[in-house]
Design a protein around this ligand. Structure first.
Ligand SMILES: C[S@@+](CC[C@H](N)C(=O)[O-])C[C@H]1O[C@@H](n2cnc3c(N)ncnc32)[C@H](O)[C@@H]1O
Ligand SMILES: Nc1nc2[nH]cc(C(=O)O)c2c(=O)[nH]1
Ligand code: SF4
Ligand SMILES: [Mg+2]
Length: 209
């Protein structure tokens, strides 16, 4: 686990929701090393997911130990009125999120969300599946709660995804040097194609993790 922290979900239809974020180390579309970025399948990643050195990062020997840490992270941050929510992300979380961990977290009364690149089928027991397709990765998970496409990407026009089985369709402007232009491009696309809505990375605007 690269890092684990309590924050508000910053993106998509659950924006603003209190969450424990669990960021798994490692991804199947990029090594995470800057010298490999230009030749990786996914080249615009905004995240450091190497190792276990982040806030709350560690190696957990068992699913129960990891689930205990998630519960502690939640109760440190929130009261106990319910609605416990954990977001597994990464890196690519579906390389590591398995049935024992899902069961251990559900036993602690968490709703489970995942942020995935869609190249690996999601296991059973996940309540909220956010798929963000990438070039160079075959799209295997073609249904879910929301499809959140980073925009613009020449190889991945939104039209490729409109017929898939998702409840929400988001365009998220690609962060980087051209973020302002990318935001305007996403706005223009959403205006012409109302199936799509704009997802802004609100946590970056307000300086929370
Ligand atoms: C870092 S990824 C981790 C989860 C998974 N590997 C994936 O790609 O969905 C989390 C989210 O951030 C998005 N993201 C990554 N880099 C971005 C960037 N430069 N601008 C906007 N969104 C980005 C991804 O598309 C994904 O929706
Ligand atoms: N606040 C906040 N919301 C997020 N939504 C998706 C994130 C991710 O990196 O997967 C993320 C993140 O890193 N922080
Ligand atoms: S698939 Fe996700 S974690 Fe992997 S490099 Fe791309 S955006 Fe980053
Ligand atoms: Mg992020």
């Amino acid at each position: 686990m690269k890092e684990m922290f309590a924050t508000l979900q910053g993106e998509g239809a659950q924006t603003g929701r209190a969450s424990v974020f669990c960021r798994f180390a490692g991804c199947n579309l990029w090594s995470g090393r800057e010298q490999d970025r230009a030749t990786a399948a996914c080249r615009f990643c905004d995240t450091d997911f190497i190792g276990t050195d982040g806030e709350g990062g560690a190696r957990f020997g068992t699913a129960e130990a990891l689930a205990d840490a998630i519960e502690t992270c939640w109760t440190d941050a929130a009261d106990e009125s319910g609605r416990r929510y954990v977001v597994f992300t990464g890196g690519e979380p579906l390389l590591q999120l398995d049935a024992p961990l899902i069961a251990a977290v559900r036993a602690r009364r968490f709703e489970i969300a995942v942020e995935t690149n869609g190249t690996i089928a999601a296991p059973d027991g996940i309540d909220w599946i956010c798929v963000s397709p990438k070039p160079g990765g075959p799209l295997v998970q073609t249904s879910g709660s929301e499809l959140k496409l980073v925009h613009p990407q020449t190889e991945l026009p939104p039209e490729m995804f409109t017929a898939l089985d998702f409840r929400h369709f988001w365009l998220q402007p690609m962060d980087g040097p051209a973020r302002a232009d990318n935001t305007q491009a996403a706005v223009a696309y959403c205006l012409k194609h109302p199936q799509w809505r704009l997802s802004l990375q609100t946590h970056k605007m307000i300086g929370i993790p």
